[in-house]
Design a protein around this ligand. Structure first.
Ligand code: SF4
Ligand code: SF4
Length: 248
């Protein structure tokens, strides 16, 4: 009897109603291999009873079409199409509160696994990652260029006019908000964004060596250009400072 040359495994996965084009099986395998090869993967996934305790305690599951149980099951059963599908929207609903990790009887961390999927979505320059991160470009600019992001005195309508009409209703009790941040140096933009030159240059080396800059270039080239200009300028200032000290 002739050997069957067909397979039930599809080589190309496509959704006729989705906007994105079909995805090859090789790409799905590559994405899963990236998630699975992370050192944290085996620590955060030990098995899954499908009990749903994580979803029952998940705040995001109350408000969105999202279930950590479903995400963990996709990973545990190696459902490559489902994993890719979840990375288009669902993984971005997680609030990263880790209530699920505290409750899972298997010691899994669904929130941690979702973080790995998000990092992989960024690495693969998925549209979902670009769309989610776009409104945070100002936060990323400050975070990457200074190491800090928001400080309480920014939470007012003058700083966030582009966040829509509701921001005008914010009347932030700054003194109270500041108490939530123990370090007084992080209480205002004037002190939080005033970073020592040497610290900045070291921070930029960390961003480069850990691949953060490369990932940023993949998801937002304009922001990458702005940030690398700032970095070049600070590095020049640092070189001048060192030269001055050596001449003195
Ligand atoms: S970390 Fe994410 S998945 Fe886990 S409980 Fe919090 S919101 Fe839900
Ligand atoms: S991840 Fe844990 S809590 Fe969630 S369904 Fe699986 S075994 Fe249950």
């Amino acid at each position: 009897m002739a050997q069957a040359d067909s397979t039930r495994v599809q080589t190309v996965i496509g959704d006729p109603v989705a906007e994105g084009g079909p995805v090859t099986r090789a790409k799905l395998e590559e994405i899963f291999a990236d998630i699975q090869s992370d050192l944290r993967y085996d620590h955060e996934l030990n098995g899954c009873l499908n009990c749903g305790i994580c979803t029952a305690t998940c705040p995001a599951a109350h408000y969105y079409d999202f279930s950590p149980r479903e995400i963990v099951q996709l990973l545990w059963t190696e459902n490559l199409e489902g994993i890719h599908d979840a990375m288009q929207e669902k993984i971005w609903a997680c609030a990263q509160c880790y209530t699920c990790a505290a409750r899972c009887p298997f010691g899994n961390s669904p929130g941690g696994l979702i973080m790995l999927m998000r990092e992989t979505a960024i690495k693969h320059q998925m549209e979902s990652a670009k769309n989610v991160l776009r409104p945070f470009s100002r936060v990323m600019l400050k975070l990457i260029s200074t190491g800090n992001q928001l400080s309480p005195d920014m939470i007012n309508k003058d700083h966030f006019a582009d966040w829509g009409p509701n921001i005008s209703k914010v009347d932030a009790p700054l003194k109270l908000l500041r108490r939530a941040i123990p370090m007084p140096t992080l209480n205002t933009t004037a002190t939080a964004w005033e970073v020592n030159l040497k610290t900045s240059v070291e921070l930029y080396t960390i961003w480069e060596m850990t691949g953060v800059l490369k990932q940023l270039e993949g998801i937002d080239e304009n922001l990458f250009d702005v940030i690398t200009d700032i970095m070049d300028e600070k590095r020049e200032d640092w070189k001048d400072f060192v030269a001055e000290q050596q001449d003195a």
